[in-house]
Write a protein that binds this ligand. Structure first.
Ligand SMILES: CC(=O)N[C@@H](C)C(=O)N[C@@H](C)C(=O)O
Length: 596
């Protein structure tokens, strides 16, 4: 019979992403954002028909999708080449070309916050006039007038939820990723949702169940995020539901069923629950994926979910009660089944100070194993490597590389005190966790000390640079994807709305000069003796191009072997298929070249 070759690299990259979705109120139309035609656009399906058609064409990343409750229009947010300056556009009900609705200076941001029940008033936040703290406005869509609702102060302020009568508003103020306080404004009155706003905690994802009753998520006086309640009439805060060692997220209220839905983050996976606040009955809902990105509950009580697993690319599923989850999309890896892909093992090891660290270990199939391993510190740093699909990982695995991804201190999913361990300590504790991880790999014969590569993106790129500079003996070659190279320049160049969190997150460049010097990769240029590939999006607003430019220039001055790949139309990630293919192919070639 006809013989076919082994899967080619191209097949792994011909997997498309689905980044967001929304269902119309009547559940007749599903719109989702995807790079199905190579760049991100909006696609739609008129259910139960599952063949997608192009709904809106803009070729740019999408920040939100929202249906008018009366199906007269659709709203969506787009940025430009990954610059994260999201602006709000409107589309006719039948789709077409997005028309600017809340846009202005291309350097400004306009974030969607809420749409009134009648679809006539749009609430949004903007950096215009208040770049660090943001202002909240309401736009009357009938006469297009804008009214200022709230001027952000003290720290970055987001409008989170609006009561049904549009008289009460919940805002969050971010002082750090681990310090977000929420307050409700009602007329002239303002009340924090938690008892002591000066205590470090997070409070977010609020939902009004009536005009004075607010459910929200918080870790106030707790290591994990739980469900809490604030009563606007008697100004009372109460704890409602805690789940041991799980942090709640994605809170949604379904008025018709009187039911709260949420997912929880537990280490490297997510779980889904529904909770009846009256009977306090909690029910776990099994899901077809390990990672839940978004849920939407419709008036009829049907549940829609966007999610992924290590061997399943992003797909959208429908759950109509007791029956099975029905996949609405069939996003796959070209010509490969789940069995051809690798599910990671969850392992743990003790770090230098006894702290338990969880990690994902991806082993290539024995017939593919090339004896080399890749060490992958994740980005964030207050994020985690979880069981999500990464075409890059599956491609490396198919080429025979083992991949090890530790959730070093500072990672999410293990409680708030673990997340805080990276604050004002970017380069010591997490770096020593990475070293402990590498030694554990060697001790357990999971990697060969002569055959280890180092790859990381963003904070992971920073860690790759730092490990390279300080411990070059461990690695054959290093790939840095938009990594921070110099903490002094990074702290000055982050987007204005990040400025309020920099002190707690990273520290102060004057007060902490010695630590910034010690923890900046540029301090260790002498050590960076192994071949390097540096990849950078020119429009990256988070880790700006100057971070990569300076390390590349300094290494070149020293005559080191550095390849530099700049993507002119990308930001902090690769949203365009051809760019993704270019980047991952360059990485594969680089690794192959340095195997010997
Ligand atoms: C403010 C914050 O935590 N931002 C992160 C999501 C982020 O983008 N961090 C960069 C540095 C990264 O590592 O991805």
């Amino acid at each position: 019979m006809i013989e076919f070759p082994k899967p080619k690299v191209e097949q792994f990259f011909r997997t498309y992403s689905i980044t967001d979705f929304a269902l119309s109120g009547d559940e007749e139309r599903l719109i989702f954002s995807s790079n199905l035609n190579g760049k991100v656009n909006l696609w739609a399906m008129d259910l139960p028909n599952l063949f997608p058609y192009l709904f809106a064409h803009r070729d740019e990343s999408v920040s939100f999708i929202k249906f008018d409750p009366k199906n007269r229009y659709v709203l969506a947010g787009f940025d430009k080449d990954g610059d994260e300056n999201h602006q709000i556009y409107a589309l006719p009900a039948e789709g077409g070309l997005p028309e600017p609705l809340v846009t202005g200076n291309p350097e400004e941001k306009y974030y969607y916050a809420h749409l009134s029940e009648d679809g006539n008033r749009l609430y949004y936040m903007t950096s215009e006039g208040n770049p660090s703290f943001l202002n909240a406005y309401v736009k009357n869509l009938e006469d297009q007038s804008d009214t200022l609702l709230h001027e952000g102060s003290e720290s970055t302020t987001y409008l989170e939820s609006v009561s049904e009568n549009e008289q009460a508003f919940v805002y969050t103020q971010s002082l750090a990723n681990t310090y977000v306080r929420a307050f409700v404004k009602h007329g002239d009155e303002t009340h924090y949702l938690t008892p002591d706003p000066e205590k470090v905690h997070v409070a977010f994802e609020s939902a009004f169940v009536n005009d004075s009753s607010i459910y929200f998520l918080t870790d106030y006086d707790s290591d994990f995020v739980y469900l809490a309640h604030f009563d606007l009439e008697d100004k009372l805060f109460s704890e409602v539901l805690k789940i041991e060692n799980e942090s709640l997220q994605n809170l949604k209220w379904n008025k018709e069923q009187n039911m709260l839905y949420f997912s929880t983050e537990k280490g490297v996976t997510d779980l889904l629950y529904r909770f009846d606040p009256d009977s306090t009955k909690l029910e776990q809902v099994s899901t077809p994926v390990d990672i839940i990105d978004k849920i939407q509950i419709t008036k009829s009580g049907n549940l829609y979910l966007l999610g992924t697993s290590a061997t399943k690319p992003h797909n959208i599923f429908q759950w109509m009660g007791d029956s099975e989850w029905k996949p609405l999309t069939d996003n796959r890896v070209l010509g490969l089944s789940e069995e051809d892909l690798v599910d990671p093992e969850e392992v743990s090891f003790q770090s230098y100070d006894g702290l338990e660290i969880e990690a994902l270990l991806f082993k290539p199939k024995p017939e593919n194993d090339n004896g080399h391993a890749i060490f992958w510190p994740h980005g964030g740093p207050q994020h985690a490597e979880r069981k999500q699909f990464r075409s890059m990982f599956q491609c490396f695995l198919n080429r025979g590389y083992t991949i090890f991804a530790p959730n070093f201190r500072g990672s999410t999913g293990y409680g708030s005190s673990f997340v805080k361990l990276v604050e004002q300590d970017w380069g010591e504790g997490p770096r020593l966790d990475c070293l402990a991880a590498i030694n554990w790999l060697f001790d357990n014969k999971l990697a060969d000390p002569e055959k280890l590569f180092l790859i990381g993106g963003s904070y992971g790129g920073y860690m790759a640079l730092l490990l390279h500079g300080r411990h070059p003996e461990y690695f054959k070659a290093v790939v840095d994807i938009f990594g921070v190279s110099n903490l002094f320049t990074f702290v000055e160049s982050v987007p204005p709305h990040w400025k309020p969190i920099m002190e707690r997150w990273l520290g102060d460049p004057v007060r902490d000069k010695d630590r910034f010097t010690k923890d900046s990769p540029v301090t260790y240029l002498d050590g960076m003796e192994k071949p390097m590939l540096v990849i950078q999006g020119a429009k990256d607003p988070r880790v700006v191009k100057e971070e990569s430019d300076q390390i590349v220039a300094k290494l070149k001055e020293k005559g080191r072997e550095v390849e530099y790949l700049v993507l002119d139309d990308e930001g902090h990630g690769f949203s365009k298929k051809e760019n993704e293919i270019k980047v991952y192919s360059a990485m594969l070639d680089f690794l192959e070249k340095h195997q010997v």
